[in-house]
Design a protein around this ligand. Structure first.
Ligand code: PNW
Length: 508
């Protein structure tokens, strides 16, 4: 039987038990990922660079918010110095190289390259900085993968309204063009946005991230519309003018947890599906589905609730047919950030519904008290949810190429980080089963993160790094945690077989 013939969930035949056993044995003794599978690590500019006003860098929304309102950050800190990677990037690359990874995913600071956000002036020191990183990575045989936007909008563009203003899509495309021109000769994988829902929900819908605007159910949807248009614009720009000469790929990174129905009750099953559609499908449906546009479930629901609230039109701004076509298919891969799972159940809509995204969604979520917690309330160690999510994506979007751009575990910074190792081992095991047993088309995986860093509103209280950073040391000394050796060994032992060999070993 060929692996391809297996559907998921996997029927319990003799052959399949053998396959599962094989996958289990192979992963517990290290890992046997296909040889062409890529492993890497990820970071983001604001979280590591520091040097917030050095060498011509302009102000961004995180600089502004953390300086004006230090109390909005748990430990009243900011990214002014962070890991000081602006000065220590060479050390960082040594540490990354030591892991034996295939790629390093990092983001460009928009206001380091374009201090005002606009493309009329390019900061030479910003160009020098990213050229140094890219060249050093290539020298070490590590592929540079660039996220163009990881949450640090230039303040002057926020002053014009930021992402809810559709004109921001133009400024973003101008900025992306500068990036392609400057770095596209050497950078072959581009990611337009990191986590649109976090940008829109947390930034404009009251989630507390910069620019911390509280307009849920309105500005978050406007932001989403701009982001989808901006993403598509930049995809077409690359496709038309750069792909041919630069021979690279361009996609987007979208995050989601897995929503497990709390019970078999069809209402809970529907609530879990609705959550996936409204949080993940909001972004993936317009880009990856056969129909394009927002998920129908989401459109209908928000239109109906808006009507009940006496709005003249849906608060979810629509796309016309031309725009739907413009956005559809604009990604060479699906970048996926996944951290955890929740239980979803039905909640009845109240009679009077206040305007907000969470009321539009109206699903109850909770966690199983038996799940292993972490230092973040939203992350539990639930590896099987990862495999279910990958299977859901396969079924929903016709098995697109998936690049897991982030997965990781937060603790309080201990060197012997056994909980992180447990988490990574479990998630990598489930990933391997999704690839080998379920035939999910995942080709790369990245750990968040290389270094402990500035974890947004949590400041430096939450640690995701494989390497510890001493933030009280002006030199920001880096030291390996136990998970460095784990990831290093894992990658090394995964290089044993190529995918054809693997498939023939698990097929009969
Ligand atoms: C990601 N959620 O954010 C970001 O890309 C990183 O910058 C960040 O440091 C990392 O995860 C850890 O927080 C997320 O609630 C924030 O599902 C929230 C969620 C997921 C990802």
């Amino acid at each position: 039987m060929k692996l391809k013939e297996l559907s998921s969930p996997i029927p319990c035949t003799f052959t399949n038990i053998w396959i599962i056993l094989f996958a289990f044995l192979s992963t517990s003794s290290g890992s046997h990922f296909p040889k062409n599978f890529k492993f890497g690590v990820s970071t983001a500019s604001y979280q590591i660079e520091g040097a917030w006003n050095v060498s011509g860098k302009g102000e961004n929304i995180w600089d502004r918010m953390t300086h004006e309102h230090p109390n909005w950050i748990e430990d009243r800190t900011n990214g002014d110095v962070a890991c000081d990677s602006y000065h220590q990037w060479k050390t960082d690359i040594e540490l990354i190289n030591n892991l034996g990874v295939d790629f390093y995913r990092f983001s460009l600071s928009w206001s380091r390259l374009l201090p005002t956000g606009f493309s009329n002036y390019v900061n030479p020191d910003g160009v020098r900085y990213y050229n140094g990183i890219i060249n050093e990575l290539l020298k070490n045989n590590i592929e540079p993968i660039i996220t163009i936007y990881h949450w640090d909008l230039p303040q002057p563009i926020q002053n014009e309204g930021g992402w809810p203003n559709i004109v921001t899509a133009e400024y973003f495309a101008d900025y992306a063009k500068v990036a392609f021109e400057l770095f596209g000769d050497r950078v072959k994988t581009w990611i337009t946005f990191n986590e649109p829902i976090e940008i829109c929900q947390n930034g404009y819908g009251g989630g507390g991230k910069a620019p911390r605007i509280f307009s849920s159910g309105v500005s978050d949807y406007l932001c989403g519309r701009t982001l989808l248009m901006a993403h598509a614009k930049v995809f077409h720009l690359y496709d038309r003018h750069y792909r041919h000469k630069q021979q690279g790929k361009i996609g987007v990174t979208i995050n989601t947890g897995w929503f497990e129905p709390k019970s078999n009750d069809p209402k809970d099953v529907a609530a879990a599906e609705l959550s996936l559609q409204m949080m993940f499908g909001w972004w993936t449906n317009p880009i990856f589905s056969k129909t394009g546009d927002y998920p129908l479930l989401m459109k209908d629901r928000i239109a109906n609730i808006s009507r009940a609230q006496h709005f003249k039109r849906s608060r979810l701004p629509n796309f016309n047919n031309e725009e739907i076509k413009f956005i559809q298919g604009t990604s060479d891969f699906l970048g996926l950030n996944h951290y955890s799972t929740v239980l979803a159940s039905y909640a009845p809509l109240p009679n009077v519904i206040p305007v907000s995204f969470s009321n539009d969604l109206n699903v109850k979520t909770e966690v199983d008290p038996k799940w292993i917690p972490s230092a973040a309330t939203w992350i539990h160690d639930v590896p099987w949810g990862f495999r279910k999510l990958l299977n859901w994506i396969k079924g929903e979007y016709n098995n697109p190429p998936v690049f897991v751009t982030e997965n990781g575990y937060p603790d309080v910074g201990q060197f012997n980080d056994m909980e992180r190792i447990h988490y990574l081992q479990g998630y990598l095991d489930e990933l391997l089963k999704a690839i080998l047993v379920d035939d999910c088309n995942v080709y790369a995986y990245s750990v968040w993160s290389v270094l402990d860093n500035m974890e947004w509103n949590r400041g430096y209280t939450l640690k995701f790094g494989l390497y510890h950073v001493n933030f009280t040391d002006p030199k920001r000394k880096r030291s390996p945690k136990s998970s460095v050796q784990f990831y290093k060994d894992f990658i090394k032992s995964s290089r044993k077989f190529d995918s054809i060999e693997m498939k023939s070993m698990v097929s009969n």
